[in-house]
Design a protein around this ligand. Sequence first.
Ligand code: 5GP
Length: 188
Amino acid sequence: MNRNTSAIYQDLDQILVTREEIAAKVQELGLQITRDYAGTSPVMICILKGACLFFTDLIREIDLPLTTEFMAISSYGSATKSSGVVRIMKDLDNDILDKDVIIVEDIVDTGITLNYLTKILKQRGARSLKIAAMLDKKARRKVENLQVDYVCFDIPDAYVVGYGLDFDQRYRNLPDIGVLSPRIYGNG
Ligand code: 5GP
């Protein structure tokens, strides 16, 4: 998709992270995880739907006999603000007892979603549990002591879309990550 000619890109105020920057960073992270988990077979959990593109790119950069799982979570609230109440819509297919688990998430915002998720996955007896997030909006964190082990990009407090991230289920197919224009969600 050409960012200069695509009509979808007209809805963005700004491109924050380009596809080239994403690819370089994902490759770097893949190498780091390969080193950190040498000799193990981690279970990589993709948090649907937002982390889908990040996940599929990342696992191809990890040279380990890993396995994949998918989990869908819904956070109640309006489209651009999460409420803090989390519900599992699709659970793991296999148990994670004594496994080395890496949760792959699109973005950490308040941290409420991941705080909840890590708690329940720890209860299921994972041997180790780490978080890999594409984006981190540190300024908005509400949960203290949430350890995000791997982050590709720290970003400012803005609503972003693309590379798997949506607004109202749209924009997930943008190859770059950008700031959605407030006129699209009704504040501008
Ligand atoms: P948290 O529980 O950390 O507040 O929220 C995490 C979830 O909120 C993310 O997994 C994502 O689904 C959604 N979210 C938070 N910020 C953004 C954003 O800027 N853009 C999009 N598309 N979703 C976001």
